[in-house]
Design a protein around this ligand. Structure first.
Ligand SMILES: [Zn+2]
Length: 295
């Protein structure tokens, strides 16, 4: 056990007693024992990763890993670690990694990547539902990522961890998502202050090409609600029916891609960004969707 681990476990009991907050993200187990050797061998470069407490919120993985899901815990490190151990049998929770909020953030591993962790809950993205089986989940310590900025140190460490996972599993940019993307109207993490643009500029996650957004804005079009719904759906969002469902979908989209105003309204800038995103990552899916509608 190294120095960090001794320090970490030495504080754990104190943390448990200090656990006063519920994590907002973590909405919901006995864990399978962690067996790092059973997982696809991670090759971390320059990361400060320690083995944390195991989580009950995990099960054997049956599907290939194709998605990466980001969260904030809505709690302090002690309270978050307590909840994420998933001891509440009625509320199964678990996650692969927790990124701390310390000046020199650490990554705490709770569930091996070979297991599916219960971090996504009811969820859907494009043709995938129930993302737990197909994803790696990362929880970041932040009380509210819609209010409190993520530190530069957290963003740097997040980039290194995410890019390593993305490389090992060949995860596509558009499948690097926030909990709010895959649980529309139910979740708001990792929040409007999450550093999506910075991560995308370094190759982690999707982002529209600026020149395409600019070109779209130069020729703004008003789109009927059915077409906006189709663009959001083709990009990945699972929407409830009706105007209310569309508004929630636009809010989730804005929280990720246009966080300066999250109001669920289809303003020209939001539409320009959405169209540029679909064109960059989902043009073939859009072509198929349009063909199906004509049939
Ligand atoms: Zn979450």
């Amino acid at each position: 056990m190294n120095q960090l681990n001794r320090s970490y476990y030495g504080h754990l009991n104190v943390w448990v007693f200090l656990a006063l907050f519920l994590t907002g993200c973590a909405t919901a187990p006995k864990p399978a024992a962690i067996n790092p050797a059973a997982s696809k061998t991670p090759v971390y470069t320059g990361l400060n990763i320690i083995q944390g407490p195991t989580s009950q919120g995990a099960e054997p993985r049956k599907d290939k890993i194709t998605h990466l899901v980001l969260h904030y815990t809505a709690g302090t490190l002690p309270s978050s670690l307590d909840i994420l151990q998933g001891k509440d049998r009625a509320h199964k929770v678990g996650v692969h990694y927790v990124l701390t909020d310390e000046p020199n953030p650490r990554i705490i591993r709770m569930v091996p990547e070979s297991l599916a962790a219960f971090h996504a809950g009811k969820s859907g993205w494009a043709d995938t539902t129930s993302l737990n089986q197909r994803s790696i989940g990362i929880e970041i310590i932040n009380l509210d990522g819609n209010v409190h900025s993520y530190s530069a140190a957290q963003a740097d460490m997040l980039f290194t961890l995410c890019s390593d996972i993305i490389r090992r599993y060949g995860i596509r940019p558009e499948n690097v998502v926030g909990h709010s993307d895959i649980a529309v109207g139910r979740k708001v993490d990792p929040g409007s202050l999450f550093p999506w643009p910075k991560l995308a500029s370094l190759g982690v996650g999707a982002w529209p090409l600026p020149e395409e957004v600019k070109a779209n804005l130069a020729k703004p079009r008003t789109l009927p609600p059915a077409e906006i719904r189709q663009l959001l759906t083709v990009y990945g969002y699972h929407l409830e029916a009706g105007d209310a469902g569309l508004k929630l979908g636009l809010e989730a989209f804005q929280r990720h891609f246009r966080p300066s105003r999250i109001d669920g309204l289809a303003d020209p800038e939001s539409l320009a960004i959405l169209q540029a995103l679909v064109r960059r990552y989902r043009s073939e899916d859009l072509r198929k969707a349009r063909l199906q509608r004509k049939v």
